[in-house]
Design a protein around this ligand. Structure first.
Ligand code: ADP
Ligand code: MG
Length: 320
């Protein structure tokens, strides 16, 4: 007969205090009928009647460590990555719920500081923290955030709608996100709305795994190919595209393969794309970096005029 594991206590004293603090910290929201303090949150959900749901989990030692990020930054990022996913569906986020496993014996303040970062971004984006679950653990800190939202008029916009002839438009710039950007980025919610309002948006994705990898998600789902122009891909680094960094890779290779840029890549009908580029409806830079073509693979036009295949991953050798 196998021994039954002991039932863990549902809640330790410090966790009640933390939940109380969070409850006081979170404000009201037009969609929130019942928030923190009951068995489940109640949201009003008039129109439209479909909901977008995204979840993301951050594990200490795997996705972050407190040597390189403050608790506020980690809490903020846990929400921000989900907001980026909602933006990438052409959605508007409404509410978030948090699941937190706090290592036993860690500073009491830690939970508060994580939530402070998270709630700060929630307020800035008019998202309400509607509830959550808090537990202690003998393992690493785990923070999981779920966001629920509504599709914008004209949304949701999927990865599967790209058509040959569409232009590929990119917000912001790419590469070397791990130095700072991944902790500070602004989810492209307003940009997604403007792209959706343009009426010519066929497919949308946020760049979390790297431009090449995420472009291929669109290509695979839409059953199309693409041609990118290296010269037009905006780089975060000041170095020129083909200059080598101390790590032996070029800024272009970083821009194409690094992840966590959280920019939007959109496939847009060509006339609308030309209008968007001529008069961008937002301040964030918007670049036309290539086009959708028939086929099932991508190629990259290099600054020296060579055309090279762009596989989803591991193309560094061809680019350097
Ligand atoms: P239950 O045992 O019924 O699941 P809990 O004791 O886990 O309730 O939670 C009490 C209330 O506090 C619930 O409304 C829950 O949504 C909220 N809550 C718990 N942890 C968090 C958290 N980390 N952030 C926001 N709300 C939380
Ligand atoms: Mg309950």
């Amino acid at each position: 007969m196998s021994a039954q594991p002991p039932v863990p206590p549902r809640r330790a004293g410090g966790e009640f205090a933390l939940i109380d603090w969070i409850r006081r910290r979170v404000g009201s929201h037009p969609r929130l009928e019942v928030g923190i303090g009951d068995d489940a949150a109640v949201l009003s959900w008039p129109e439209p009647d479909s909901a977008l749901v995204a979840v993301d989990m951050l594990v200490e030692g795997v996705h972050f460590d407190f040597q390189h990020a403050t608790p506020e930054q980690v809490g903020r990022k846990a929400l921000a990555v989900n907001l980026s996913d909602i933006a990438a569906m052409a959605g508007r986020p409404v509410a978030a719920v948090v699941a937190l496993a706090l290592p036993r014996g860690r500073d009491e303040e830690l939970g508060q500081r994580l939530h402070e970062g998270l709630v700060g971004l929630a307020e800035a984006t008019e998202v309400v923290l509607a509830g959550g679950d808090t537990t202690s653990t003998d393992g690493p800190l785990v923070l999981s955030v779920t966001v629920i939202g509504t599709p914008l008029p004209g949304g949701p916009v999927l990865r599967s709608g790209a058509r040959p002839g569409d232009r590929l438009l990119l917000t912001g710039c790419l590469g070397q996100s791990r130095h700072r950007h991944h902790l500070e980025f602004t989810p492209r919610l307003d940009e997604a709305r403007a792209l959706c309002d343009s009426g010519g948006l066929h497919a949308l994705i946020d760049i979390s795994d790297g431009l090449a990898a995420d472009l291929y998600h669109v290509l695979t789902e839409s059953r199309v190919g693409a041609r990118l122009r290296a010269r037009d891909i905006p780089l975060r680094e000041p170095r020129s595209a083909t200059e080598y960094a101390p790590d032996g890779r070029t800024a272009l290779a970083h821009a194409i393969s690094d992840g966590e840029d959280f920019e939007l890549l959109a496939a847009v009908e060509p006339e609308t794309a030309a209008q968007l580029i001529a008069a961008p409806p937002f301040e964030t830079p918007l670049a036309d970096i290539g086009e959708i073509v028939a086929g099932n693979s991508a190629e990259l036009l290099m600054p020296d005029g060579r055309s090279v295949p762009l596989p989803p991953l591991g193309y560094e050798h061809q680019l350097d």
